[in-house]
Design a protein around this ligand. Structure first.
Ligand SMILES: CC(C)(COP(=O)(O)OP(=O)(O)OC[C@H]1O[C@@H](n2cnc3c(N)ncnc32)[C@H](O)[C@@H]1OP(=O)(O)O)[C@@H](O)C(=O)NCCC(=O)NCCS
Length: 181
C-alpha cells in the first residue's frame, strides 16, 4: 500500500507507464464508483481499462485535458477537464484520488492547479462540475477553490440503495481572478 505524507508536494503531470497499476485500481474502485461516475457500477477489467485509455489517447477529436496528480513523486489520482464548449469557453472538471491520499489537502491543491490551467492556459471563462450530495469532502474541496452551488437535481442519482440529490457547481474566471487579486 502506498504511503502518502501528511503535507506532500502536489504537482500535475502526464501519465506514464509506471502509473498504470495505481490508476487502474482507482478507475475500477467500486467503493467510490457513484462518487466518481454517473455510469452504472460494474467490474472494470484491466484490459477494458487499457483499451479505453488507448482509444482516448488515439482520438484526436477528444479535447479532454487529463493530468495525473503526483504527490511527492508518486501517482495518487487524476484530475482533468472534459466536455469543452469552444463557443461558450467552458468545460467540466473531474477529480479522483486513491483512498490513501484523501483528506490531506491534495485534492484542494490539485483543483487549484487545474482551475488555473483551465482559465489561464485553456482560456476558459467558466468551469463546472457535479457531485452527489453526500460527498462532503468533494463539496468542501470545490468550495475552497471558489466553486459555488448553482443547482440541485433532486433524487437524481441512485447511490448504493437510495436516491440522492445531484449538486451542480460552477466557477467563473472573473470570480476566480477576484479571489486571487
Ligand atoms: C473528493 C476529493 C477529490 C477531495 O480531495 P481530498 O484531498 O480528499 O480533500 P482535501 O484533503 O483537500 O479536503 C478538502 C476539504 O474537505 C474536507 N473534507 C475532506 N474529506 C471530508 C469528508 N469525508 N467529510 C467532510 N469533509 C471532508 C477537509 O477537511 C477540507 O476542508 P477544511 O480545509 O475546511 O478542513 C477526494 O476525497 C476523492 O478523490 N474522493 C473520491 C472520489 C471523489 O469523490 N471524487 C469527486 C467526484 S465529484
Amino acid at each position: 500500500m502506498l504511503s502518502v505524507s501528511d503535507s506532500p508536494t502536489v504537482t500535475l503531470r502526464a501519465r506514464t507507464d509506471d502509473d498504470a497499476e495505481v490508476l487502474y485500481h482507482l478507475a475500477a474502485d467500486l467503493e467510490t464508483w457513484e462518487e466518481r461516475s454517473p455510469a452504472m457500477p460494474a467490474p472494470l477489467t484491466r484490459s477494458a481499462y487499457e483499451a479505453r485509455l488507448a482509444a482516448r489517447d488515439g482520438d484526436s477529436a477528444d479535447r479532454a485535458v487529463n493530468f495525473v496528480i503526483d504527490a511527492d513523486g508518486a501517482a495518487v489520482g487524476t484530475v482533468g477537464l472534459f466536455d469543452f464548449d469552444d463557443l461558450a469557453r467552458q468545460a467540466e472538471v473531474g477529480i479522483a484520488l486513491i483512498a490513501e491520499a484523501r483528506g490531506k489537502g491534495i485534492g484542494t491543491a490539485a483543483l487549484a492547479q487545474i482551475v488555473e490551467f483551465g482559465f489561464l492556459r485553456c482560456n476558459l471563462r467558466r468551469l463546472h462540475l457535479e457531485l452527489i450530495a453526500s460527498n462532503a469532502g468533494a463539496l468542501r474541496a470545490y468550495e475552497k477553490v471558489g466553486f459555488v452551488v448553482e443547482g440541485r437535481q433532486r433524487e437524481h442519482a441512485w447511490v448504493r440503495g437510495h436516491y440522492e440529490d445531484n449538486i451542480v457547481m460552477g466557477l467563473l474566471r472573473s470570480e476566480w481572478a477576484s479571489r486571487r487579486a
